[in-house]
Design a binder for this molecule. Sequence first.
Ligand SMILES: Nc1ncnc2c1ncn2[C@@H]1O[C@H](COP(=O)(O)OP(=O)(O)OP(=O)(O)O)[C@@H](O)[C@H]1O
Length: 317
Amino acid sequence: MIKVEHLTKRYGNFTAVNDLSFEIEEGHVYGFLGPNGAGKSTTMNIMTGCLSATEGHVRIGGHDIFDEPDKAKKLMGYLPEQPPLYMNETPLEYLKFVGEAKGIKGRELAGQIKTVVERTRLEDVQNRLISKLSKGYRQRVGIAQALLGNPGVIILDEPTVGLDPIQIIEIRDLIKQLGQEHTVILSSHILSEVQAICEKVLIIVRGKLAAFDEPGNLEKLLTASNTVSFVAEAKVWEIEEILQEIEAVSDWQIKNPEDGRVRVDVRIDSGEANDICRSIFLAFAEKKRALLELTKKGANLEDVFIELTEGESEVAD
Ligand SMILES: Nc1ncnc2c1ncn2[C@@H]1O[C@H](COP(=O)(O)OP(=O)(O)OP(=O)(O)O)[C@@H](O)[C@H]1O
């Protein structure tokens, strides 16, 4: 559906997108994840024909975005990070304007506007000025305009930025629904968002593709994929002695020893977390040392992201 090949964008001496290649298949929700300044918006702007590339190709449904922009653009709806909404228009007036700019006319346009207003649940505010709408509703208007022309692919740049928690939930639900009928690509620097909505995640770091997989597989990629964490009522040397006797345990970190309570993270390289928990529990019981907590911690997408983007700019919320 979308093929990005060796895409590079330079601003003077600065390379914002660096030899990026990936393919987007039809019918999934893709997450474009990366720290601030990673090159997400630049890539999306190039993919949607809003910005030129220094090198490389983008093909949408077989059409090159630079050679056949009209054909390629018809297959995509785009919500930029800052949608160009006209504040002194109503959603209906604005959608009519965008629809006409996309070449849709008359009854066809009226029918499409009705459909996108229903899909984005704008009925109650469709005749109010956009300037009077909440940020959440304005975002719906932005999504509604992207849906005009019924494109196969919907591209959303940071669609939940600046929304309150309730609005975020509503927009995420809307995106999930869109994913049932369209291929959706959304960019975000919020890991939990990508984890909640997306079936596939592209992680972009310094303009390069750092990872591209399902969220679950990315988590498995992590070397330190699992940890057993416990708090023991014992001295550090006693804990060391007990752990040394457990065969499956070879790597641990002692944290915050205070008041005779010590937190320990045991890294699991092989074996089952449950077996290790059992061994730790029984070994401490045998020495009559109490465990006040014993938990298993699986790696999550956040760990993958931090590992890949270490040393980069701000990491997600
Ligand atoms: N017109 C421009 N001229 C010079 N540098 C630019 C320009 N546009 C973007 N950049 C730089 O390119 C890099 C990538 O920017 P981009 O906006 O694509 O990142 P992003 O991943 O979308 O970040 P954010 O999450 O903050 O929006 C940044 O370092 C940015 O400062």
